[in-house]
Design a binder for this molecule. Structure first.
Ligand SMILES: [Zn+2]
Length: 477
């Protein structure tokens, strides 16, 4: 069930009055039935909705959103836990011209992969000084992309998008009269998700309530953007660290509403179909079940990697593991145990457990390369895979989290085999990476935790919450 977000009173968005009856008890819910109840519009019903959600979720406050517009017409949405403070609808006073981004998508005739060509992005903001950060709240004399003086989570349309324009006004790109030169307008939508107003923070520093709010924002955006005509897939992701190429230090992620199915997803669709044809079962169901079954098994049953399983975290509703054929030195895939096509399919139990699991995972990444002498935060890409429209029956929502860092001093560069042939060579055995990720467990952000030593497991400051347990063979708590 996905009823996660209600509109703030007086700021209702007219587009979301569709079904709020998420009927996704089955593993693969159909997206049209999984819309969030973003359409609660009247003040009274909005209040009722919030009350009902607060009661049902057991949380201190449910999520509300306030939809506003920036000076150049781009949409800005504030997400708040509980009743939003007044002043959310503050006007954007900057003298911005309407942006006129234009890009096109071209299909590689040899591989079928779509490439987006967006030359206007060369002018985008590049490593601004902290006092000119466009993602910090606006202050007197320094106006940013966020007009409000403070915020919890804010989502706005990127001023320098790779994809822009109403997808509904353009055909989905496809080979037409000239199959060697398939091209189309780069329509779609690119949004920026600010996780916190704190410029110095990182996602791993957020508290669980804030992480839940981000999940609710991802869910709301997925429902709304995937309903736009022409959008094939909604891709939520975060790049963290200059090593990844991040140009804005402020903690933020992005959402792309894509007008095509990207290559990695296309391969998964093919693999899932092949697996179904061969076994009659769903690929992702079997994958997650097999990894979970491996946790804590005697090594005699797993002669191919006697050091143990690849599971890093096994919650009641989520499982994180290093994939069997990991491409990156440290790569973790996080799945809800019950298969759903996207964020809108998650039920309240799954949503409630998510913040604890996800924050734990990110904090482990922060500990991988830190020691008593220095804190080395792992640069990472957190890529959320969601089923494209039309593939909800077989594909599974999951996170692919990975870092390009191999050691505290070494990065993995994509070179001849990877960039040239898309054939990855990984220097770290997946089972070793999993063991290391289990060893660095902690429930506190790295900045607040006891020093980490590379060889000894750390003692967490507080015990793990009941629904979460690590699955080491070695005791570590
Ligand atoms: Zn900032």
């Amino acid at each position: 069930m996905a009823p996660t977000v209600t509109d703030a009173a007086g700021q209702a968005d007219a587009s979301g009055s569709a079904a709020a009856n998420g009927t996704n008890g089955a593993a693969a819910s159909s997206r049209p039935n999984a819309q969030p109840d973003a359409g609660v519009q009247a003040d009274a019903s909005a209040q009722a909705g919030r009350s009902a959600q607060a009661a049902s979720s057991g949380q201190a406050g449910a999520t509300t959103r306030t939809v506003t517009e920036l000076a150049d017409g781009r949409e800005l949405i504030y997400y708040d836990r509980g009743t939003p403070p007044t002043g959310r609808a503050v006007a954007d006073l900057r003298p911005l011209d309407a942006a006129a981004p234009s890009s096109e998508v071209r299909q590689d005739p040899m591989t079928g992969a779509w490439v987006t060509v967006a030359a206007h992005r060369q002018a985008r903001t590049y490593h601004p000084p902290a006092d000119e950060c466009p993602l910090c709240p606006s202050r007197e004399g320094r106006l940013s992309e966020i007009p409000a003086g403070d915020y919890q989570v804010a989502v706005f349309e990127n001023r320098f998008p790779s994809l822009a324009g109403d997808p509904g006004t353009h055909p989905v790109p496809q080979a037409l009269d000239d199959p060697l030169h398939s091209r189309g307008p780069g329509v779609g939508r690119c949004e920026v998700v600010c996780f916190t107003a704190d410029h110095e923070a990182s996602f791993a520093d957020l508290d669980e309530d804030r992480a839940r709010l981000v999940l609710d924002a991802w869910t709301d955006r997925t429902a709304e953007l995937s309903a736009l005509p022409g959008v094939r897939q909604v891709y939520c992701f975060e790049n963290r660290g200059t090593e990844i190429g991040v140009t804005l230090a402020h903690p933020h992620g992005q959402i792309y509403a894509l007008p095509f199915v990207p290559p990695r997803t296309a391969k998964m669709i093919d693999q899932a179909a092949r697996y179904r044809a061969a076994t009659g079962r769903n690929l992702f169901d079997d994958l997650v079940a097999a990894e979970r079954a491996s946790a804590g098994q005697p090594s005699a049953e797993r002669p191919e990697h006697p050091d143990g399983s690849r599971v890093v975290l096994a919650g009641e509703y989520w499982t994180a593991f290093v994939p069997f054929a990991a491409r990156w030195p440290y790569e973790v895939h996080l799945f809800p145990n019950r298969r759903v096509p996207d964020f809108t399919g998650l039920n309240e139990d799954e949503r409630a457990e998510f913040p604890r699991i996800y924050l734990d995972l990110l904090r482990r990444f922060d500990r991988l390369f830190s020691d008593e002498n220095r804190k080395v935060r792992a640069p990472y890409i957190a890529a959320w895979h969601q089923a494209p429209n039309g593939h909800e029956d077989e594909l599974a929502l999951h996170l692919e989290l990975f870092t390009v860092r191999r050691t505290a001093d070494k990065l993995k560069y994509l070179a001849g085999t990877e960039s040239g042939m898309e054939a990855f060579m990984n220097d770290v055995a997946p089972e070793s990476a999993a063991r290391r990720l289990r060893e660095v467990g902690s429930t506190t952000p790295v900045a607040e935790a006891a020093p980490v030593t590379p060889t000894a497991p750390t003692t967490p400051a507080t015990p793990a919450a009941p629904a979460t347990k690590t699955t080491d063979e070695e005791p570590q708590r």
